[in-house]
Design a protein around this ligand. Structure first.
Ligand code: NAD
Ligand code: ZN
Length: 369
């Protein structure tokens, strides 16, 4: 992961987000915190796997270690109970209005930490340090923070962009094969939406990706994967998201493109018990096949999308779950407006229709491949 160092600036909903990605991206944390009081909410997996590095970098501008709240990572992190725990911890730390909450972890811990920052003292600064590929390309940037409520995903949350996103790619080396696959699902999604060159770059490395990810145990680390050009790929995906979010922070229009694969994906995530990225890959593959069947996307492009997802070790077809339950979940998805579901479908690699009207039955038929 020695390919490059990246710094980009995005203006999101009135907040400037500085996005940095480098092998040792967290080295600049103390400088970014300056003299402000700061605390860290940290993913337990990262504490376990990178204790020494965290001890070195989780420090304030004066070099003092940041107080840490350690949270078990994964979707189970995003509970109201954990949020309450975080608030009580912030109260005990007496974090003041000028303070900073630093979130370190996967997307789940970042969503929790970001929402705690959004609500503590009516909103304190938030710095995000994504430690998964998915969080680096997606969850870390864009200002959406949330917790889950029972079976409902993200119903309670706030728009609260991080002032800084610091990705330390050296931390990604401990991710499991499943984590890499999931992060690649969102990376491919971004490429399909608006980054044909990124898609071609990924495609050019498809044999390498397949060799590392198409087979092998999902819960194991992937030796050799660090040699791929992650910084460049993360940059390509983040630029798509940054551009759309800057254009449409509150998701009135263009930002909806980012929901490609998600309307069906969220329903599948719950029904099939999949990880987020796995469900997104299925939703994306179904959307591509349906668009090709309707004649609104070239068949060749749809085939390339499905093939790239498969090279990343992602399932691209599934037996559709029961229709009624799926319909209820799709209609209940917060992205459905006024009772009518609008689907995002690819028009070609690099462009999407954000307002497609297609029936759920057709979408479910496309899911089975
Ligand atoms: N806010 C947003 O815009 C946004 C966007 C996309 C996804 N999300 C949310 O992000 C979550 C998914 O994020 P995710 O895919 O990062 O999953 P995750 O946060 O569940 O993390 C996956 C696993 O990886 C572990 N982990 C984290 N860093 C690691 C490291 N460096 N090495 C080894 N293990 C590590 C975690 O502890 C967890 O067990 C979902 O809750 C989703 O809703 C939010
Ligand atoms: Zn997603």
């Amino acid at each position: 992961m020695r390919d490059s160092v990246l710094h980009r600036r995005y203006r999101l909903g009135g907040v400037t987000t500085d996005y940095r990605c480098a092998p040792t991206g967290l080295a600049s944390l103390a400088e970014r915190l300056g003299g402000r009081p700061a605390v860290a909410v940290v993913d337990r997996a990262v504490v376990r796997l990178h204790a020494e590095r965290l001890a070195a970098v989780l420090r304030d501008g004066d070099g003092a270690p940041l107080p840490r709240l350690v949270v078990a990572g994964g979707e189970a992190a995003k509970t109201v109970a954990n949020l309450e725990r975080a608030w009580e911890w912030l109260a005990a730390r007496r974090l003041t209005r000028d303070g900073v909450v630093v979130g370190v972890g996967g997307g789940a811990v970042l969503d929790l930490a970001g929402f705690a920052a959004a609500t503590w003292q009516r909103g304190v600064r938030f710095v995000a340090a994504p430690t998964t590929l998915l969080a680096a390309v997606d969850a870390g940037l864009g200002g959406k923070t949330a917790v889950d409520l029972g079976a409902l995903k993200n119903p309670v949350g706030a728009f609260h962009p991080a002032t800084d996103v610091l990705v330390e790619t050296d931390l990604l080396g401990t991710l499991t094969r499943r984590d890499w696959r999931c992060g690649l699902a969102e990376t491919v999604k971004a490429a399909v939406i608006a980054a044909a060159p990124l898609f071609r770059d990924l495609e050019a490395r498809a044999p390498d990706l397949a060799g590392l990810l198409a087979h092998g145990r999902a819960d194991r680390v992937v030796p050799g994967i660090a040699d791929l050009p992650w910084t460049s790929w993360i940059d390509g995906a983040v630029r798509v998201k940054g551009r759309l979010v800057a254009l449409d922070f509150r998701e009135a229009g263009p930002r909806r493109a980012l929901n490609l694969g998600h309307t069906l994906g969220h329903a599948l995530e719950l029904q099939l018990g999949l990880a987020h990225g796995e469900a997104v890959a299925l939703g994306l593959a179904a959307a591509a096949r349906l668009a090709a069947a309707r004649g609104t996307c070239p068949r060749r492009d749809a085939d390339r999308i499905v093939a790239l997802l498969a090279a990343c070790g992602l399932a691209v077809a599934a037996t559709p779950p029961p229709r009624r339950a799926t319909a209820a979940l799709v209609a209940g998805d917060k992205k459905a407006r006024g009772g009518e579901v609008r689907w995002v479908l690819p028009l070609r690699i690099g462009a999407v229709d954000i307002d497609a009207r297609v029936g759920l039955d057709d979408m479910l038929a496309a899911l089975s491949g």
